[in-house]
Every structure is written in C-alpha cells, then in structure tokens.
Design a protein around this ligand. Structure first.
Ligand SMILES: *Cc1c(COP(=O)(O)O)cnc(C)c1O
Length: 426
C-alpha cells in the first residue's frame, strides 16, 4: 500500500505489507534466521550496506520489516527499528548517540524501568544524566544543558504520574541548543499523539503495551523522524568514518536516516537485542485494531475516572482527560482524541486501604503489566517503583495510597461495578 495521505486507521490495518498477485493476503511470518542469495556479489553488496536486502535476522527480517514500516508510517517518521523490548529500544537509542563522557537531560517523571536504566547501568559506562522537572520553565530546563549534552528525553504521558509533555516548550529548548529530542510515546500511541509532528526527532515505544495490546509479547520500536541534522559535529559516530564498514560515513551515505541506519547496522548488529519474528507477527496483528482499542480504552478510562472522582472513599483521581486535572489544557492540545487508558487514584486510608482494594477486585486483576485489553491494577509504591528512593518516588508522584488502574475494554458498567464492590470492602 502507498502510505501517503492515509489516515491513522488505514495505516493501522494496512501499512507495512502489500500482497503480490496470488500471495498471502496476511503479512507472512518469516520464521527464518537466514536468506538465500543466487550471486556472491549481491550478498557482498548487502554486507557493505549498498543494498537493504535481508542477510541475517539479528539485523533485520521481512516480518520485522512489516511492523517497522507500519510504525514509521503511523508516527510520520522515515524509518523504524524493532527491538526485543522497550528497554532495548531505549538502550539502543542511547548507545547510538552517546559515548563515555557524554551527558543527557531527561524529564524526572519517567517509567520506573527507564529511570533505573538511566541511573544505574548507563552510569557505569560514563554517561551522565540530569533529571529536570517537566513543569519547570524553558530557562530552567535549558540551565541543565552542558557542553557535552547530547539529547533530551521525555515521555508523552509520564508513567505513572500521567503528566502530558509540553512539546512546544521542550522542542523549543532542544532547538535552541541544537539537540535531538527523544520521546517515549508508549502510553499515547500514534493514534492519540504523533510526537514528530510536535518537533520530536526520535520516538520510542514499548510495543509490549498498547501496540501488542493483548499481553502476549515483549517488544520495542525506535522511529526516526528524519528531521535532525546528524552532521552538525555533535555525533562523530554518525559523521566520521566507521571502520567496521570500510570507512562508511553514515551522515554522508544515508543523510537524515543516519541515526536509524547506525542503530541497526552498528548497535543492534553488535548487541543483538532483536525482536523475534513471531513477536513481530503477533504485534502486527495487535496493531491492526489499535485505533479501535485505543478509542475504547479512552472512553472507559474517562468513565472510570468520573466514577472514582465522585466516590467518597477516594482521596484524589489523576486522569489527564478530567477537566479539573492540571494537565487538561495540554491534553486538549496534544491528545485531542483521548487521554489514553491509565487512571491513577488514591484511596483514603493510605497503603493499607490501597492493598485492601487490590485484594478485593474480581474482574480487574493484579498484574505488573499495563495497556492491554483487560483491566489491571497495581500498587506502584511497593512494586514497580519500590526500587526508587523516597525522594525519587516523590519526584515521580508515587504516593503510598496510590493505585494505578489500567482500564481495559470490557464493558464499562462491569468495570465500575467491580470497583464499587471492592471499595465496599475498605
Ligand atoms: C513498559 C515501558 C517501557 C519498557 O518496555 P519493556 O517492553 O517492558 O522493556 C518503557 N517505557 C514505558 C513508558 C513503558 O510503559
């Protein structure tokens, strides 16, 4: 299919695969590690990156290619790279752009796994990070940028604080300092928000969440916006000869696609955090209904947030789609079609009451995962964010009485009835 000017719904269903005459109508699962070549010269060209035909599945596979093309089309990027997990997508992005001695600036309200990656493992390789309050002024955020700063990192909807990123402010800072802006768009999905349209340069997803949508496989993807000048001298790995490819210079050979080519042909080649073809195939099936599922998640989450907001055992409700939410204005601006499916709330009675509620639900289930078709809930302070210091917890908005509710696409009456009976147990 030609993706030009197609709507998001059409891209979800059809992008990434065009059947040939009398071929499989469904994108085939190419469960093969390797690819046959007729001529030695053709395989040599592929190894030298002169052609983009598959060589070995660690570096690329036709089924992964379907999902990559779909994500690139949906996000409005020029190319994408699938990875074995969302964490791998983040790590590969950092490894492609940073080296020992470099520094980056990240919002302080990130997913717990990302926060620990930035503050533990990455640190051992001499890469430094400064966390900033996403609600700080552009000047304050700019003040965190140093001579050796190489990127700015944020999430469209912070997990689980649910702040909506002020794209105009952060892209303004990124442009002022000529830095790439990397955005984790997992919670919003390209159905609700396309960060590249708002000035982001690289978009990351944990496809484990809404993209797959059924909690069947862990995966990630990196989308390159193709809108950053990698030859500006800040990224020597992209603009000076790569001896492992006979002196190839990514920014000369691939221009605006230098980043995503280096991520695949250099970093993914070397660390091997590749998505399995079967996971890509399942994730692509999930993507075919993403637009329908997201709509239902948003509607149900809004109704659940409304219900909780009016319940006397509930101390507070955080859902960026609620009119009284501090993020409401930004939600209208950047997420006009819905504020996604995650609601957080606090119960009167602190941690004990929160745990009682979790133990009393029957339809919703206690799992670590979020963003699939089923309703789930969790107590972040004692689980996903338990490795954070008390100070970091406060900065990420993790309170002891807080529950994270991932609203599924069951009938909303059943979801609310379940919450109602569980609240009666407190
Ligand atoms: C889950 C998640 C990740 C990590 O993804 P995995 O697929 O679990 O490795 C990164 N960012 C966000 C926002 C997430 O929710």
């Amino acid at each position: 299919m030609n993706n030009d000017n197609k709507k998001v719904e059409t891209l979800c269903v059809q992008a990434g695969y065009t059947p040939e005459d009398k071929s499989s109508r469904i994108a085939p699962l190419v469960q093969s590690t390797t690819y046959y070549y007729d001529h030695a010269a053709d395989l040599a060209d592929a190894f030298a990156l002169k052609t983009a035909t598959p060589i070995y599945t660690r570096l690329g596979n036709p089924t992964l290619g379907v999902l990559e093309e779909k994500f690139a089309a949906l996000e409005g990027g020029i190319a994408a790279l699938t990875t074995s997990s969302g964490q791998a997508a983040i790590l590969i992005t950092l490894m492609t752009l940073l080296k020992s001695g470099d520094h980056f600036v990240a919002m302080n309200n990130l997913y717990g796994g990302t926060y620990t990656l930035f503050t533990s493992e990455i640190q051992r390789f001499g890469i430094d990070v400064t966390f900033v309050d996403p609600n700080a002024s552009a000047d304050e955020i700019g003040a965190a940028i140093r001579e050796n700063t190489r990127l700015i990192y944020g999430e469209t909807i912070g997990n689980p604080g649910l702040d909506v990123l002020d794209f105009d402010k952060i892209t303004g800072v990124a442009k002022d300092f000529d830095l790439p802006f990397v955005v984790d768009n997992t919670f919003a999905t390209p159905v609700l928000c396309r960060p590249i349209e708002h000035g982001a340069n690289i978009v990351i997803h944990s496809t484990t969440k809404y993209a797959d949508g059924h909690a069947t496989c862990v995966g990630g993807v990196i989308v390159d916006g193709g809108n950053y000048n990698w030859a500006n001298g800040k990224f020597p790995e992209l603009s000076t000869p790569d001896e492992s490819y006979h002196g190839l210079v990514y920014s000369e050979t691939f221009g605006h696609a230098a980043f995503i080519l280096k991520a695949r042909a250099g970093v993914l080649r070397d660390i091997g955090a590749t998505m399995s073809p079967f996971n890509a195939w399942l994730t692509n099936l999930g993507m075919e209904t993403l637009h329908l599922r997201i709509k239902a998640h948003c509607e149900n989450a809004m109704a659940v947030a409304d219900f909780l907001n009016r319940h006397d055992k509930i101390a507070w409700v955080n859902y960026p789609g609620l009119k009284d939410n501090p993020n409401y204005e930004r939600t209208c601006k950047y997420l006009p079609d819905g504020a996604s499916g995650i609601v957080t709330f606090g119960v009167h009675g602190g941690e004990e009451a929160a745990k009682k509620l979790i133990d009393s639900v029957r339809l919703a289930t206690l799992v670590t995962h979020v963003c699939d078709v089923r309703s789930h809930l969790l107590h972040p302070a004692s689980t996903t964010h338990s490795q954070l210091s008390d100070e970091a917890k406060r900065a990420s908005g993790i309170a002891p009485e807080m529950i994270r509710f991932s609203v599924g696409i069951e009938h909303v009456d059943d979801i609310i009835a379940d919450l109602k009976q569980a609240l009666n147990h407190i």
